[in-house]
Design a protein around this ligand. Structure first.
Ligand code: CAA
Length: 259
């Protein structure tokens, strides 16, 4: 892969969008290789948490590739939008938690990529925004859907209609990011969080992700029914017996088997 790097450390995988000359903009090649990288990580059963970040110190992802989009017709734009949305939906429903380590510009498709992740950490220099209407288009990789779900409809509409960017502290204030840290602390913080997630029972974490994601798309009655199903499914796992036995036996150092 030319535009994506995949790295493994313990139970944590890191995918780096590696096209710094174009501030990691999402060309079809980048999206295609990101999709391949997701398949690779998905198939590695030792991975319990995934981090997505951008190469360089300036940009996470500066959006979809404007040069590539400029001459598209309606049909070609639909193919591009559908593909970007498919890849981002894969991230949203990925079998383990995904942390976005936002190391700079997260504009348009970059903000949308971050929002498809479970958790967003940002460096102090990070900038978020949906500048699309200033280019004559709407957000096209999930921004019209996930921004309102993440920060509420009023702020989402303000950001999308004005196309004005916001800095990291404001992103934290509106709940778009979980935490802001110094740039040099970003990857260590993401790693620490990913390792903390990976130390818990992987099937329970995955079931919790499914219950939260699926429950959010439905009414409370259906949501709690989803929760009962995911909760009870945990009782078919060895890790449930092991985790509870450790507690009762006062064992502090646990090592879950993912079974
Ligand atoms: N697509 C293609 N190329 C891009 C790009 C993008 N989204 N963003 C940056 N680049 C390229 C620039 O064209 C430039 O290339 P050259 O060196 O060949 O000229 C290179 O990256 C460096 O960029 P700048 O010189 O512009 O860097 P800067 O520091 O002056 O500005 C920036 C940084 C403010 C992020 C600016 O690059 C910018 O505004 N980028 C576009 C942001 C944007 O509008 N994103 C939304 C795209 S639309 C979208 O994403 C649709 C969707 O939802 C699917």
């Amino acid at each position: 892969m030319e535009t994506i790097l995949v790295n493994y450390e313990g139970h944590v995988a890191t995918i780096t969008i590696n096209r710094p000359k174009a501030l990691n903009a999402l060309s079809t090649q980048v999206l295609t290789e990101l999709n391949e990288a997701l398949t690779e990580v998905e198939n590695n059963k030792e991975v319990y948490a995934l981090i997505i970040t951008g190469a360089g110190e300036k940009s996470f992802v500066a959006g979809a590739d404007i040069a590539e989009m400029k001459d598209k017709n309606v049909e070609e734009a639909a193919v591009y939008g559908k593909f970007g949305n498919e890849v981002f939906r894969r991230i949203e429903t990925f079998r383990c938690p995904v942390i976005a380590a936002v190391n700079g510009f997260a504009l348009g498709g970059g903000c949308e990529l971050a929002m498809s992740c479970d958790i967003r950490l940002a460096s102090e220099n990070a900038v978020f925004g949906q500048p699309e209407v200033g280019l004559g288009i709407t957000p096209g990789f999930g921004g019209t859907q996930r921004l309102a779900r993440t920060v509420g409809v009023g702020i989402a509409k303000e950001m999308i209609y004005t196309a004005r960017n916001i800095k990291a502290p404001r992103a934290a204030e509106i709940g778009l990011v979980n935490r802001v840290v110094a740039l040099e602390e970003l990857m260590p913080t993401a790693m620490k969080m990913a390792n903390g997630i990976a130390a818990n029972a992987p099937i329970a974490v995955a079931n919790a992700k499914k219950a939260i994601n699926n429950g959010l798309q439905t009414d409370i009655e259906s949501g709690v029914a989803i929760e009962v199903e995911e909760f009870s499914n945990c009782f078919a796992t060895e890790d449930q017996t092991y985790g509870m036995t450790c507690f009762l036996d006062k064992v502090k150092e646990k090592s879950f088997s993912n079974k």
